[in-house]
Ligand binder design. Structure first.
Ligand code: TXA
Ligand code: MG
Length: 335
């Protein structure tokens, strides 16, 4: 199959993408977080094709995207009060709400057999327009091969899925660069299963206390099944390192002496202290770091790098999400 590139400059183009989806084909499209790989969420065969194209384990449920907030009632058995507050405050936007699923409406493989479903109304104009024209719910994981960094450009999607999907809607680079926050609202105390663009601080300001599921501090908390798999990893091993020029210089010297080709992912203020360097943007601007991270991790695969050093950020605001992805990409390894 040849993957069609669809641009978004006119209505006819949107209609092409809508027709593919309606016919049960897979279409990648931009959202404000990362590119998604979409299929109609009531079509079990189309959803099965998502898992095949990505090489995704079938026990990892998909997020269902909708173009109108009221549509949650069609797919969710019950909408907790706290979910209503979150929807009013953050939809459309990078927040996925895990709620009790209505039985027998969505394809069973969307939820991987769970009694809950993750719902999200994206904010990207292209995603919204597609969903509103299609008038059906769209299951969409990130449009990468399972285990690889999520795609933030159409070229990234092509790298992983060319020939495996019907079409890709090219809407340019995505805005946030990290996946949505996943919030489980099925318990009295809402739990962040995956940190993202909507931060714990922002949620607390709207709904009060929220818990954060981490690998170590909340062993009994419900998790996003996806978080147990290796993620976001380029081919060369990744090590986290403090954004300290002296430390980085020493590490690069040591590793180079051992015959390694070092790639450094660091903010502008640190600069090119290794033979291969990817700029993560202004050190004080965490959002810029988030935008550049996946692109830089992927770009390492097109270099001779045998080892990757990536600088850490403070665990605050979107820094929590950045550190979560760095932990996964590095397997927790620090230099
Ligand atoms: O920003 C995003 O969320 C992107 C764009 C395309 O919308 N999508 C995305 O999907 O990141 P994916 O499949 O790569 O990640 C979905 C995460 C996984 O960790 C999955 O386990 C979790 O959400 N998840 C989905 N449904 C869930 C449920 N019912 N309960 C718990 N976790 C769930
Ligand atoms: Mg993903």
């Amino acid at each position: 199959m040849e993957t069609q590139k669809i641009t978004v400059d006119n209505e006819e183009q949107y209609q092409k993408a809508v027709n593919y989806l309606a016919a049960g084909e897979l279409v990648a499209f931009p959202t404000e977080t990362v590119y998604g790989l979409g299929a109609v969420a009531t079509n079990e065969q189309a959803v099965a094709n998502i898992f095949n194209a990505k090489g995704r384990p079938s026990d990892n449920p998909l997020i269902v995207h909708i173009g109108n907030a009221e549509d949650v009632e069609k797919y969710c058995e019950h909408i907790p009060a706290v979910a209503k507050k979150c929807m009013a405050a953050f939809w459309p936007g990078p927040l996925t709400l895990v709620m009790p699923v209505k039985p027998d409406v969505l394809a069973k493989n969307v939820t991987a057999g769970l009694s809950t479903v993750g719902m999200r109304m994206p904010e990207h104009p292209v995603a919204l327009r597609l969903l509103q024209l299609l008038k059906q719910p769209v299951a969409a994981p990130s449009a990468n091969k399972s285990g690889k960094p999520s795609p933030t450009t159409a070229a990234h999607v092509m790298e992983d899925l060319q020939g495996k999907i019907a079409a890709i809607v090219d809407g340019g680079a995505t805005g946030i660069g990290l996946e949505s926050t996943v919030l489980d609202v099925t318990h009295n105390l809402p739990v962040i299963l995956r940190p993202g663009g909507v931060t714990a601080e922002m949620l607390r300001a709207e709904i009060g206390e929220v818990a954060v599921a981490t690998d170590t501090t909340a062993p009994d908390a419900p998790r996003a099944p996806g978080m147990k798999y290796t993620h976001y990893a380029p081919d060369a091993p990744v090590y986290m390192i403090e954004p300290n020029s002296e430390k980085i210089r020493q590490a690069v010297e040591q590793l180079t002496a051992q015959g390694e080709q070092v790639a450094l992912l660091a903010p502008t203020q640190i600069g090119a202290l290794a033979p291969i360097y990817f700029d993560l943007g202004d050190q004080a601007d965490l959002a810029s770091n988030a935008i550049h991270l996946y692109h830089a991790l992927r770009a390492c695969n097109h270099t001779e790098a045998t080892i990757i050093l990536a600088t850490t950020v403070p665990q605050q605001d979107v820094g929590v999400a950045i550190m979560n992805r760095l932990q996964k990409a590095s397997g927790g390894k620090t230099y």
